[in-house]
Design a protein around this ligand. Sequence first.
Ligand SMILES: [Zn+2]
Length: 274
Amino acid sequence: MNETYEVVELVQGFPGRSTRHGVLGWSSVTLLRGTDRLVLVDSGSFGMRAVLAQRLAEHGVEPGDVTDVLLSHTHHDHAANYLLFPGAAVHVGAAELAWAQAVGPAFGPVPELYVKDLATNPRTRPIETGPDARCRVVPGITAVAAPGHTPGSLVFLVEGTAGPVLFTGDAAKNRAELLSGDVDMTTDRDASRRTLALITALWRERPGAVVVPGHDVPLVWPEGRDHPEYLGVREAGIQAWFGDDLATTHDVDLTPTRRVGDTGGADWPRRPKE
Ligand SMILES: [Zn+2]
């Protein structure tokens, strides 16, 4: 049977970094509903825990209902929350796990103790991509090797109920990386560039396919156009207490003015065709 998944956006990725406080880490987290599977694509950062709980509850999902967590790579802003889903198999690249274990404690984004747990946790399912650099993870979901950002990064090709969806993790963090063919953070720049070319090919050979970058709003590449367009509406902001009491807040809107490539909220997630 060909399995397809309904796509539910839990947390929207944001394509930015903080200027003074290190990694911002606002990554994309998505829920996929299959016939008998509930799959999480990446698990988000520590700061997202309350938001994740709220969004899952809004969709009637108990954490224990999630059957599979797919990790695009081991960086803390994507991997930190897999333990919150006690019944889920946790799928992560075998090469990624080996690399992350070798990193150990360092001033970087690999969460060393979580990696240690992943390496021995009985729920961990290491993904071995074969000679064709692919592996079917569960029915309807294929992992494709996407080295560069990290050596064992994976992208996930999902059969969605409204068409194919490609989750790129940080192999393509945002629209700027997808369009420029170059990346901001990588362990191997040449590998990252090759991976971006592969992602673009996988995208363009599937008309109507949606790309969900690791840190950006989903995108679609309409036929006949020379650039992709965003789906959905970007929402991001910060609230600060710069005043003398808690009631006085300063709101910083982090959404840009409209620009080429914004569709102004074409439907996302997409509905299946009637
Ligand atoms: Zn990353």
